[in-house]
Design a protein around this ligand. Structure first.
Ligand code: PLP
Length: 456
């Protein structure tokens, strides 16, 4: 039940901190792709929040499964008890990861925790192997890996470090592979190889014996708006990691759990990561849940050397894992991963068609329903709109005002321009895609006169 007391009405000050400064309505109810506010206004959630509610809002099957688990037990501490939902969810993840050799799972409560868990596992594995000099983790610029200090130090956006910079270990970064910005005459594959070889250069510059891992979002999220590199990039990166003894960590917090049209985004390529960080879609917003999925021999080596020195109070809680299991049931029983692949193609084609109407759309990118587009003053020359136009905010707000929620992001202070993620739930229908495109067209039309002021 919502508390509708005047103290908690619209436009009232909040006792919470870290809350948007702009006024937002009260969420009252959700169902499928829709959210209604407390005044009955309907919003199309084409963003799934931050790419989280992957099976839509208030799925009755998941709610019933959670209720049944709550009737049995909500919490049992892992040092005191094993619990069925956690064991079963780990088994299912191990099955799904088996072809990649990823057969052991650790549970936590979110993406930053999963990234922290992944890098701590990597570090302990290096020590167990007698390679204690390895501690640096190379990541990409831009990238987003979370907000806790460890995960933030991997995040490729120094502006986000802000006041915390002195508190963090700085890790090396290499450019994210925006092959679209390659010089004339260079092929996409050649550009992808060039970007992959930057990893080798960075390893050599750092001293290979000090480098532990390379962490990468295989399909980019908040930082790069759906960036996918040509296949050759993934293969070359794997080869370089092997050559220099680095672990390859995929951050699938946003792109995992079926969103790209495979349960694990890593399944798109032959190159296999050693560790995957997951969250968001894993329990699809029904409860906080994250996971680290790792190669069995890595976990075994760490176990043999004394065990994984990491954990959280809520690790592998029965309620969270029961919700995660129910979300997986919904995904697989309804073929939602195949739907993500098929509907992703339709949505991507429709977004690309919008480029004809709106010349300020620079590029549409992504895989499955992990789709994004950026906006540019000059599409061909890849010149971003001036940061002061605040295109990201302006377009997302215009859409919001028309009842469509998309996700906008500006990284590196706007130096790369603004981009958007259009990431509806994996059970989105064709009619809902038409509705999204219709509302998005209206939002983009609102912004078009502003964009024209900055275009050649
Ligand atoms: N990694 C990626 C790729 C993300 O997109 C995010 C969040 O957006 C995180 C990590 C951090 O996850 P959380 O916000 O659950 O801590």
């Amino acid at each position: 039940m919502n508390d509708q007391s005047p103290r908690h009405g619209r436009n009232e000050p909040s006792s919470m901190f870290f809350w948007p400064t702009e006024d937002r309505p009260m969420a009252a109810r959700g169902e499928g792709i829709f959210i209604w506010d407390d005044e009955g206004r309907r919003y199309v959630d084409a963003s799934c929040g931050p790419q989280t509610t992957n099976i839509g809002h208030n799925n009755r099957y998941v709610v019933a499964a959670m209720r049944a688990q709550m009737d049995d037990i909500c919490f049992a501490f892992r040092s005191h008890f094993k619990n069925g939902p956690a064991e079963r969810l780990a088994d299912r993840l191990a099955d799904l990861g088996a072809d990649l050799g990823l057969t052991r799972a650790f549970f936590c409560s979110g993406g930053s925790e999963a990234v922290e868990g992944a890098i701590k596992l990597a570090r302990q594995y290096a020590i167990a192997k007698g390679e204690a000099t390895r501690y640096k983790i190379i990541s990409r610029l831009p990238s987003y890996h979370g907000s806790t200090l460890g995960a933030l130090s991997l995040t490729g956006d120094p502006q986000m470090f802000g006041p915390f910079a002195p508190m963090m270990q700085t890790h090396p970064k290499i450019p994210a592979p925006f092959v679209i910005e390659r010089p004339d005459g260079e092929s996409e594959d050649a550009a992808a190889l060039r970007y992959a070889l930057m990893l080798e250069d960075a390893i050599i510059a750092q001293g290979a014996e000090t480098v532990l891992a390379f962490i990468v979002e295989p399909v980019g999220g908040a930082a790069t708006g759906g960036l996918v590199a040509p296949d050759i990039y993934y293969e070359k990166v794997r080869e370089i990691c092997d050559r220099y003894g680095l672990l390859l960590i995929y951050d699938e917090v946003m792109c995992g759990s079926g969103r790209t049209g495979k349960y694990l985004a890593a399944e798109h390529w032959n190159a296999k990561p050693d560790i995957i960080a997951m969250a968001k879609g894993l329990a699809a917003g029904y409860v906080p849940l994250g996971a680290v999925l790792a190669r069995g021999d890595i976990v075994q080596a760490v176990d043999d050397a004394g065990g994984y020195a990491h954990g959280h109070t809520y690790s592998a809680g029965p309620l969270a894992c029961a919700a995660g299991l129910a979300v997986m049931d919904v995904l697989f029983q309804n073929d939602l991963i195949a739907n993500a692949a098929a509907k992703g193609q339709i949505l991507k084609a429709k977004l690309e068609r919008l480029m004809d109407e709106f010349p300020f759309i620079g590029e549409v990118r992504g895989r499955g329903l992990m789709l994004g587009f950026d906006v540019m003053a000059d599409r061909k020359k890849r010149i971003p709109l001036p940061p002061e136009l605040n295109a990201g905010h302006a377009i997302a707000q215009a859409c919001y005002d028309r009842g469509l929620i998309i996700y906008s992001r500006r990284m590196l202070g706007g130096a790369r321009g603004d981009h958007f993620l259009v990431t509806p739930p994996l059970n989105v229908t064709s009619e809902e895609i038409d509705l999204i495109i219709d509302l998005l067209r209206q939002g983009l039309s609102d912004f078009a006169p502003t964009a024209r002021t900055a275009m050649p």
